[in-house]
Design a protein around this ligand. Structure first.
Ligand code: ARG
Length: 470
């Protein structure tokens, strides 16, 4: 089983590559998605080569026109990818040489596939990061709007999944928003380190041609050329960083998912997920399943897996480029597809969450969620906190026995636990009083939630403006 030797390196070989080996080592099946960025990199490279006199202007123009035609052919689905040509770089170069003859063979002057692929992935990832950032912005902004609308909606807050203290639904949504704000920062930070130009490193040591890497960097919108040629062809930190960002983001989204799944259950009954984000059961007619959050929760696992793949891929690799690096693409691409899909689903769904305020309120009332407020009340009346804790504990035990919340007891009943309790106690035992009293930055008081929503919106807008200025 043999086949024609790949002509771009066949000169040294005395027998053709085994057909299975050719297929085994080829990456065209998955790196073809880099075609646009590969061509973009080649156009910049040819432009730079002409600027420094390595190509004539006429050669540059022929190359650029040819590449433009090839891009159109690819987009029309006319190109047949060849496994014998291994990867996207050689498929495009071979097509260029078919089209424009010997000039096509000059494109690779002063370049190697090692710096070429490193450049392609960075260019591609940069565009994808911008697309991810746009979806993240849409999700954050939907959550901020919903939080503002639900600033007065009272629900139980939990610790250990046990009713703890009342909070507002808006406050809870803004907690999600904070997680995503940190993820957004991590994403933009990763973009900075991805936005560096490997091209010019050539195979590993640089090139003997009088190249100008600042020109290429500028043409491609990179902040600067990578400092060291060995590092430039071998570094895949940016892919690991992106996948780490994605893992943390999906960890957050899995927590949001879990809460949505719980809240949409008959047992909690806190929210209604719009039907368009749910599916039914083929056997149980009553079912409405929260598939979207469940699936996002599930997809978190595959992204963690990709992070582990990439870390392990790079572990112990000697400098500089190794063929191992070809294995960076599938985990990175799947991470991108997964993150974009999850964000899109959430950006559509989260703002459409319908709170069920009565049901949330009832749940908060049932769980002795104002017990801490009673303790704080006693402290204000001069009781030491530890004693107050003990007193309220006894009152709660009595409430459990009686099947009544603290706010449902009479003043006399409450007074049997402490003389310090007066008839103003009911103000702190109501859920509204409890949330309103947490009136400081970061607290759950409705006024604070509205102010926090405004600050979050301003911060998001400022981030957008700084990105567009960049
Ligand atoms: N397909 C390769 C990759 O994805 C491109 C670089 C190959 N370089 C080489 N010398 N074989 O990493």
């Amino acid at each position: 089983m043999t086949q024609a030797t790949n002509q771009s390196w066949g000169g040294r070989f005395s027998e053709p590559t085994d057909a299975f080996v050719a297929a085994f080592t080829a990456s065209i099946a998955f790196d073809k998605r880099l075609y646009h960025h590969d061509i973009r990199g080649s156009v910049a490279h040819a432009t730079m080569l002409a600027r420094v006199g390595v190509l004539t202007d006429a050669e540059r123009d022929r190359i650029i026109d040819g590449l433009g035609e090839i891009e159109a052919e690819i987009e029309r689905g006319e190109i047949e990818w060849s496994v014998a040509l291994e990867d996207i770089h050689m498929n495009i170069e071979a097509r260029l040489t078919d089209k424009i003859g010997v000039t096509g063979k000059k494109l690779h002057t002063g370049r190697s596939r090692n710096d070429q692929i490193a450049t392609d992935i960075r260019l591609y990832l940069r565009d994808e990061i911008d697309a991810v950032a746009a979806e993240l912005t849409r999700l954050r902004s939907g959550l901020i709007d919903l939080a503002e609308a639900e600033a007065d909606t009272i629900m139980p807050g939990f610790t250990h999944l046990q009713t703890a203290q009342p909070v507002t639904f808006g406050h809870h949504l803004l907690a999600w928003q904070e997680m995503l704000a940190r993820d957004h920062e991590r994403l933009l930070d990763c973009r900075k380190r991805a936005n560096v130009l490997p091209l010019g490193a050539a195979a590993l040591a640089g090139t003997t041609y009088p190249i100008d890497r600042h020109v290429t960097a500028e043409l491609l919108g990179f902040d600067r050329p990578a400092e060291n040629s060995l590092d430039a062809v071998s570094d895949r930190d940016f892919a690991i960083e992106f996948t780490a960002f994605a893992s943390i983001l999906l960890m957050h989204m899995s927590r949001m998912s879990e809460e949505m799944v719980l809240w949409a259950s008959a047992q909690f009954d806190f929210v209604d997920l719009p039907d368009r984000f749910c599916t039914g059961s083929s056997i149980m007619p009553q079912k409405k399943n929260p598939d979207v959050p469940e699936l996002v929760r599930g997809k978190t696992g595959r992204v963690y897996g990709h992070l582990m793949s990439l870390l392990t891929l790079m572990k112990s690799q000697p400098l500089a480029y190794n063929k191992d690096n070809q294995e960076d693409k599938e985990p990175l691409f799947d991470t991108l597809d997964t993150v974009k899909g999850c964000l899109r689903a959430f950006a559509d769904m989260a703002p459409a969450l319908k709170a069920k305020p009565e049901s949330m309120f009832e749940a908060a009332r049932r769980g002795f969620s104002t017990a801490t407020d009673l303790a704080d009340y006693l402290v204000r009346a001069g009781v030491a906190f530890r004693d107050a804790h003990e007193i309220v504990g006894k009152a709660v035990a009595f409430g459990i026995e009686q099947g009544r919340d603290l706010s449902e007891m009479t003043l006399d009943e409450l007074k049997q636990f402490s003389d310090a309790i007066g008839d103003d106690v009911f103000e702190v035992l109501t859920l509204e009083g409890s949330v309103a009293a947490r009136n400081h930055i970061g607290g759950t008081a409705p006024d604070q939630v509205r102010a926090a929503a405004n600050r979050a919106r301003d911060a998001l807008n400022a981030l957008q403006e700084s990105r567009h200025g960049a």
